[in-house]
Ligand binder design. Structure first.
Ligand code: FMN
Length: 321
C-alpha cells in the first residue's frame, strides 16, 4: 500500500531529519515558507530506560503543520523498540522511522544507526517486533551499504520481507559519511526491489535537481535536509516548478525576516547571549554560504559572538545592500 506517491505535476517532498536543526520552531517556520509534504523527526535514542522526550511530544502535539510526521528511532534492542512504539501509539504519527544510516563514529561504535547495516537480522527483528506489537506503519531510512554499495542488494532483500510504508535512501554508504558522491542509480535499484514508496535523499540542492532525480530514478519522492536550511523556500519552489508556475525568488528582505524570526525563538530560550547566538548561527551560516559564495559574509557570520552583532551583519548584507 502506498502512503506516499507521485501524481503528475506534483513531487512528493519530505524534510530530512537533522538532529539539533529540524526542531519544532524550524518546522513552524517552514510552514510559513512553503512546507514539505511530510516531516521526519530527528532521532529518538532507544535504550533500556528510554521514554519519549518532551521535545518530541511538543513536536507531535504543538507544531503548526497538519502534514504527516514520522518519528525516527535509533537503537538496536528489538524489545525496547517495541516498548517505545507502544508508547507512541498514544500519539498521532505517520510512521515509526528506523534509522539505519547515521554515520557518526560515536553512534556507530554502539552498534546503532548505520552500523545496523552490518546486522541485517537485527533490522528484521526490530521491524517484526514493532509490527507484531503495534499497528503503527513502519518506514526505514537507510544508506546504500556500510562499506560498499555492493551490499545494497542484500539490504534490499531484507527490507523487502516487511510491510513498510516507505524507504528513504540516502544514496551513499555509511563509511562515505557526507563526502562520497551520491549515486542515484541505487534509487532505481531500490524501486525495482521494493513494493513500497522509495524516497531519494542526498545532496539535492535545487528544485530542478529534485525534478531531474524523479525523472531519472522514478522515485516516489525526494527528501531534502541541508538545502532546506540554506533555502527554506525550496519545497515551495519544487511545487512551483512541477506546476510550471513562477518560481519564488526570495529577496534579501525575505532572508532577513526569516533570520529575525529565528532570533525571536532564540530570545525565548534560557541561555546566555553567546549560546543564543550559536543556536541561531547553526542556521545562518548555511544561509550565508548559500547566498554569498565569495565567502566574505559567511566569514563574518562565523565570528559573530552576540545576537546584536549577528542582526547588524545580516541587516547590512540583506537589507542595506
Ligand atoms: C546536522 C545533521 C544532523 C542529522 N541528523 C540526522 C538524524 O537525526 N537522523 C537521520 O536519519 N539523519 C540525520 N542526518 C542526515 C540527513 O537526514 C540526510 O540524510 C543527509 O543530510 C543527506 O541529505 P541532504 O544532502 O539533503 O542534507 C543529519 C544530517 C545533518 C547534516
Amino acid at each position: 500500500m502506498c502512503v506516499t506517491g507521485q501524481t503528475q505535476g506534483k513531487i512528493f517532498t519530505s524534510l530530512a531529519p537533522m538532529r539539533g536543526l529540524t526542531t519544532r520552531h524550524f518546522m513552524d517556520m517552514l510552514y510559513d515558507c512553503g512546507e514539505p509534504d511530510e516531516y521526519v523527526s530527528e532521532f529518538l535514542r532507544v535504550h533500556p530506560t528510554a521514554t519519549i522526550p518532551s521535545n518530541i511530544i511538543d513536536l507531535i502535539e504543538n507544531r503548526k503543520s497538519m502534514v504527516g510526521l514520522s518519528i525516527q528511532l535509533l537503537g538496536k534492542e528489538p524489545e525496547h523498540f517495541s516498548r517505545i512504539a507502544k508508547m507512541l501509539q498514544n500519539y498521532k504519527i505517520k510512521s515509526i522511522n528506523l534509522n539505519c544510516g547515521c554515520p557518526m563514529p560515536k553512534i556507530g561504535r554502539k552498534g546503532v544507526g548505520g552500523t545496523l547495516l552490518t546486522e541485517l537480522n537485527t533490522i528484521d527483528d526490530i521491524i517484526s517486533m514493532i509490527s507484531d506489537n503495534t499497528n503503527i506503519p513502519i518506514s526505514v531510512k537507510t544508506r546504500i551499504g556500510y562499506k560498499s554499495p555492493r551490499e545494497f542488494a542484500v539490504i534490499l532483500s531484507h527490507l523487502a520481507r516487511h510491510k513498510l510504508s516507505a524507504v528513504y535512501v540516502h544514496a551513499r554508504t555509511v563509511k562515505g559519511m557526507y563526502s562520497e558522491p551520491v549515486d542515484f542509480e541505487y534509487i532505481t535499484i531500490a524501486k525495482a526491489a521494493l513494493d513500497c514508496p522509495v524516497i531519494a535523499n542526498g545532496d539535492i540542492k535545487t528544485a530542478q535537481e529534485a525534478a531531474n532525480i524523479i525523472e531519472k530514478t522514478n522515485a516516489n519522492g525526494i527528501m531534502i535536509g541541508r538545502a532546506a536550511i540554506s533555502n527554506p523556500w525550496i519545497f515551495r519552489q519544487i511545487n512551483e516548478l512541477a506546476n510550471k508556475t513562477k518560481i519564488f525568488a526570495p529577496t534579501g528582505e525575505d532572508y532577513f525576516n526569516f533570520i529575525e524570526k529565528l532570533q525571536s525563538f532564540a530570545h525565548k530560550l534560557v541561555l546566555t547571549d553567546f549560546q543564543k547566538t550559536s543556536s541561531v548561527k547553526k542556521y545562518v551560516i548555511p544561509i550565508a554560504d548559500f547566498v554569498d559564495p565569495s565567502g566574505d559574509f559567511p566569514y563574518r557570520i562565523r565570528r559573530a559572538t552576540t545576537l546584536k552583532d549577528l542582526t547588524n551583519m545580516c541587516k547590512n548584507f540583506f537589507v542595506k545592500k
